[in-house]
Design a protein around this ligand. Sequence first.
Ligand code: 5GP
Length: 344
Amino acid sequence: MLKNILSPGECDTLSSLIDSSDNIVVCCHVNPDGDALGSCLGWAEFLRSRGKEPQIIIPDQYPDFLQWMPKTEMVIRYDKHKVEADELISCADLVFCLDFNQLSRTDAMAASLTDSHAPKVMFDHHLGPDIDCVLCVSRPEMSSTSEMVFRIVWQMDGFKMMTSRFAAPIYCGMMTDTGGFTYNSNSSETFFIISQLLTKGINKDKIYRNVYNNYSESRLRLIGYVLYKRLVVMPEQHASFFVLTRQDLCRFNFVKGDAEGLVNMPLQIKGMKLSISLREDTEKNNTIWVSLRSVDSFPCNKMAEMYFNGGGHLNASGGRLLCSIDEAVEITRDAILNFESTLK
Ligand code: 5GP
């Protein structure tokens, strides 16, 4: 049986907030991943079962390999429909913030969310929650925000009303945030949840293929190129990094999501503890997206905070540098060398 995630008081607060709200907005962080989008879609499905018509607003595009999820056609992109989205946010009487801990993680949407007078509810599994909320459910020990949504729905006795439209995005969010259940997923309760989701008729093998085996030929060639030409291994520090320049991305017809998972690959090298990817933005100059992955107890979130204007989890973090790719390489080398003693 699952342990409750909300206290009885929090459960009552959440229930009455939902019941008393007519204009509900559900949103997630910039560059939505499987967990961000999956948790929003799953939570919205639950809200619909409570007679609500929530609007899901996301800051920008999600990768194509998430397009198959049910009801993605209802999702509103802030970067494409700013006027409509601002109007929905300003009229909202309840805002759910899913899978992020600071409003700045929603990029251009942050101003609109800050101005909104609607009470906010946060469900998130990142460290350091920092949003002014009437209800802040922050559980860094959870595999994913999707797992949190499942548990909340379960506790609110809503799961029996749910169909595969809930189960599929929740499963996808859990799967992607645990690298296909290869990390952060050693709890028997995680597998109890999966067993319940399967009762709703989802096909987990197909979901895996939809997400992980649904790329273009160019993406595979990009990976080959990066590993051959761009990977820098620092064996003494048990660390490695690679750059993806705009030119590389253009050459291999990069589309959003093509770099997904690439940063994990250098960790396949024996003894490797840290892998960092530096990806130039395809449009904005001097904007480098940084991803960090580590094994064991190496705190990539600390490194992301100190060197890359970011944060995240112990073993998976991200950030952003506003500089040239050459400067980003220098910063990365410095970061690795300064963390040398922790890496050894
Ligand atoms: P990714 O490398 O997949 O973009 O991100 C890995 C993890 O770090 C995700 O959990 C993501 O939410 C988190 N993350 C990515 N960028 C940032 C950032 O700028 N700030 C914080 N606090 N977390 C981030």
